[in-house]
Design a binder for this molecule. Sequence first.
Ligand code: SF4
Ligand code: SF4
Length: 425
Amino acid sequence: MTDTTYKYFHAIQILEDNCTGCTACVRVCPTEAIRVRDRKAYLDPTRCIDCGNCVTACKFHAIIPRSDSLKAINKYKYSVAIISAAYFGQFTEDISYPVAKAAILELGFDEVAEEASITEFMIDVIREYIRENRDKRPILSSNCPAVVRLIQVQYPSLLPSLYLRETPMSVLTRFIRDKVTKEKNLQDDELGIFLIVPCVAHVTAVHQPEGVNKHLQDGAFSIGMIYGRVREYLKNLQNNPPEIDTYPKGLTWALSGVQAELVDCDDIRTLSVNGIDNVMEILSRVEDHYLDQYDYIVLRSCTNGCVGGCLNVENPFVAMSRIKKMIKEGDVTEVDLSGIETMYRAGEFDVDQLSARPIMELDKDIKAAIKKMKQINEFLTMLPGLNCSACGSPTCYALAEDIVMGKASIEDCVVLLKRQSKEEE
Ligand code: SF4
Ligand code: SF4
């Protein structure tokens, strides 16, 4: 059912003045969330999953990502940055891992933490969940917020297959919130916890988290924006190398395939998939029970995993190679996670079963809906079937649907118009 009252947050924004109506965004959107009418793009907020494909595809900067301003940290007595593992793939190899990490503190944070620090703990927790839920096969990872939303919008029958525990970033947030408020004697609202993230889906997940009811993070900053800011501190930090803990062995979270390999063991078989088209193909196969032989499938919307997010600055393949080098060359760092196991056993990281996202329905009245379906099929027989998107709808079927729903007209089809004018000549 379409919920017209619910307001979806999206971490992308369309700048109408910059839009030329080229329809590149329409063609890359996996959920058909964009239309172009009167040479301007607009978004259907119920369908958008914040995959960021349109941000990358628009060459006119008409679709831009949204993230928080660094000024937000000034509102808090104490602020902590949690860094996505993908951040460390953005720097040239002469910038060391400790330097890149210490540079974040220069931005005004009191403390800095890394998603990578809890990798070992997360691997154990995921394996335990897989073994405890033998009736669910395959279990689908919920680490990528764009994939979770894709399942809510297009594959709702697979919602019970999702891994129902917090993501590493959220586990770490809860752990830090608990620890720092106690150690520093702070009220919950005096502590600001911010994520440094590689993609718009993570920004949306901070502002509109799924399946959790408690206060999590206080904002999200794009890696691209942070990268631009920290560059001025790098030289000085390189000359005075900082003493700061790093977790090279845990950087696997940024790379789709490596994370799956770590969970894989004698009694757990995993599969790793990245890139939104591959993810959609695999989800269709899971729906058809072709992949029941796998225990756990890691799904990431972006190429190569989080290193492929649209808020990064480096090419995903280069970033992946740099992170792999850090993993190979780095030492194991001891992490003090005392208390995290207790929180886990107390159910602090449990997530509610997610529900399907309501998208457009033809009509509330079933008879009227059947009539509209017939009209759609009639229009479809008139359209050329080229799925060229030149009309501003992603396919001929979508245009037929838009016409019946009063959002387009048959004259929007440029191919038909051309044919007609030729006939008239
Ligand atoms: S890609 Fe989409 S938003 Fe960008 S100019 Fe083309 S139609 Fe407009
Ligand atoms: S972010 Fe992804 S789902 Fe949302 S409009 Fe852009 S391409 Fe479509």
